[in-house]
Structures are given as structure tokens and as C-alpha cells.
Design a protein around this ligand. Structure first.
Ligand code: ADP
Ligand code: MG
Length: 291
């Protein structure tokens, strides 16, 4: 009974042909090794099947993730494991780890990451995007300027509706760098149309170095900014990072104090999700989100 099984070579060839037909490249690759281990009695037949299938599944899963990351435009892969929370003590690690559970996507909430340059807003948004892709959610990452350019181009070509529909397809839309560059004329309006189309239907992560009170200036139109914030602060999670730039950490002494400490976002505490629909706050929004 304990004698090692004899494996008929023609049967192994037949299995290989079957695996070719099933398009299982990883299983084909490791079949001989598994057969040898089986012959040596290192694994049982059921374990051999398990290893063969598990290896193939891992390959497929990795391939799926790689393609999905590309489709999501998550070009720079960042991880939560690679984020040094001790460098940003104002940031509550537990809140970020709770976001990584991705419930906010199911609830179609909007996560705002606010803070001065270099405090890890893009890193965290990318890392949450990667997490969502791994969990099988559809994600799209874009800086605001690229998003607005794409919408403007579509409008010129008469395809704005289709473009907005395209950006509504993703379970999570990440819009990075709100506030660094002035938005082109009409851009705020088109962004509003997109935000309105996604409102209560899809989750977003927005990053900005500017307080909500400055959005009128950012979008060049206070009316549009108010309408935007009205949608974007309802069902919102506001996370404020107050700290120094990770980019400048080794050269902080070379940077003039007035630049180093120029926290562009108004200070406030981190906030909890808000379920209240109301006027956009005048003071940066986090207080409202606290209530
Ligand atoms: P922001 O978007 O707020 O301007 P980034 O997320 O682009 O800042 O961070 C700048 C660089 O520093 C990136 O390479 C990022 O990975 C890195 N970085 C920022 N904060 C941290 C941190 N706390 N731990 C590890 N790397 C960080
Ligand atoms: Mg950034």
C-alpha cells in the first residue's frame, strides 16, 4: 500500500496535452516536478492536484492584478506596509487601516486626504487603490488636471456624456492633486458634472493641499466650488495630515522655515464620516465632518 505510485509516461503526456487545451501554462511548467515528487512519495495524489491547481490560480491572479493595476493607471505602486506612520504622528494609522477594509467603497463614500506637499497623500491614495484592485474592485487613478483635460477634449469632440459614463464605471475614482494647478476655464463645471453623476453611486478618494474654503479659487468659480463641495462633503471622510514633507526629511535644514512650515491646509482635527447633507463649510470642512 505504501509503495510509490508508478506513473505511466504516456499518461503524463496526455495530462500535458489537456493542460495545453485548458490554457494552464503554470500547471504545464510544474507538472514534471510534481510527478517526480509523487513518484518519490513526497506528496499524495490529492496534494499533487492541489499544488497544480493552486499554482495556476496564483499565476492567473497575479496576471489579473497586473492588468487591473495598469487599467487603473496605478503606475507607481505604493503600499500601506511601505508607509511610515511614525513619520506622520498627526495621522491615525487605525483610520487608514480601516479604510483599507474598503467598506467606504461599498458605501460610495468620498475620502478626502488633505495636507501640505510631501505628507503622503498620493502615497496613501495609491496604496488604497492597489488594495481595492487586489480585492477585485475597479479603480481609476488620475490627477485632477488630466481628468479635466480628458473631459474638455471629450466636450470639444461632442462625447462628454460618454466620457462621464466612462469615469462612472469605476467603483473607486481617485482624483489626485486638487489645488496644485489652476483648473482651466469651464473645467470646474465639467468636474461637477462627473461628481454629480457619481454622487451616491461610486466612491472617490480626493487629495488636496488646499482647504475647502479655497476651492472657489482652485476652480475659478465659487458657485461651482460650492456645488462640488455640497456633493463631496455628504457621506465624506475627511483626513487631515499635518506634518512635514517626507520628500524633504533629509534636507529640511536647507529649506527656509517659511516654506517648510507653510501648511497650506487649515489645521483641524481628523474627522469621522458625516451622514449629514448641508452647506459646505467656510472653515475647511473638517469641523462639519466632525459633527
Ligand atoms: P503628497 O502627495 O502629499 O505630496 P506623496 O505621497 O507624493 O506626498 O509623498 C512623497 C514621497 O514620499 C513619495 O515617494 C512617498 O512614497 C513618500 N512618502 C511620503 N510620506 C511617507 C511616509 N510616511 N512613509 C514612507 N514614504 C512616504
Ligand atoms: Mg501628491
Amino acid at each position: 500500500m505504501n509503495a510509490h505510485p508508478e506513473i505511466v509516461p504516456s499518461l503524463v503526456d496526455h495530462i500535458k496535452q489537456t493542460l495545453v487545451g485548458l490554457k494552464m501554462p503554470r500547471a504545464i511548467e510544474i507538472l514534471d516536478v510534481i510527478v517526480r515528487r509523487l513518484e518519490r512519495g513526497e506528496i499524495t495524489a490529492i496534494e499533487a492536484i492541489d499544488v497544480l491547481l493552486a499554482e495556476e490560480l496564483t499565476l492567473r491572479e497575479n496576471r489579473r492584478i497586473k492588468i487591473a493595476l495598469m487599467m487603473a493607471r496605478l503606475s507607481t505602486i505604493k503600499t500601506l506596509a511601505g508607509f511610515d506612520f511614525s513619520f506622520q504622528p498627526s495621522l491615525d494609522k487605525n483610520r487608514i487601516m480601516a479604510l483599507a477594509e474598503l467598506e467606504f467603497i461599498n458605501r460610495s463614500e468620498v475620502v478626502h486626504l488633505l495636507g501640505p506637499p510631501g505628507t503622503g497623500k498620493s502615497h496613501l491614495s495609491l496604496a488604497l487603490g492597489v488594495q481595492a484592485v487586489k480585492a477585485g474592485r475597479s479603480v481609476y487613478f488620475t490627477p485632477l488636471s488630466d481628468l479635466v483635460s480628458a473631459l474638455a477634449k471629450a466636450e470639444r469632440e461632442g462625447t462628454l456624456r460618454e466620457k462621464i459614463r466612462f469615469f462612472c464605471r469605476f467603483a473607486l475614482l481617485i482624483v489626485d492633486e486638487i489645488g496644485y494647478l489652476p483648473v482651466i476655464p469651464g473645467g470646474g463645471n465639467m468636474f461637477f458634472q462627473l461628481v454629480n453623476a457619481r454622487y451616491e453611486k461610486g466612491a472617490m478618494i480626493l487629495t488636496s493641499n488646499r482647504g475647502f474654503a479655497e476651492w472657489g479659487e482652485v476652480f475659478g468659480d465659487p458657485v461651482v466650488a460650492t456645488a462640488l463641495l455640497d456633493r463631496l462633503l455628504h457621506h465624506a471622510i475627511v483626513i487631515q495630515i499635518e506634518g512635514s514633507s517626507y520628500r524633504l526629511r533629509q534636507h529640511a535644514d536647507l529649506v527656509p522655515e517659511h516654506i517648510r512650515s507653510n501648511a497650506l491646509v487649515q489645521p483641524s482635527t481628523t474627522a469621522t464620516p458625516t451622514k449629514r447633507r448641508g452647506r459646505p463649510p467656510k472653515n475647511g470642512g473638517a469641523d462639519q465632518a466632525n459633527g
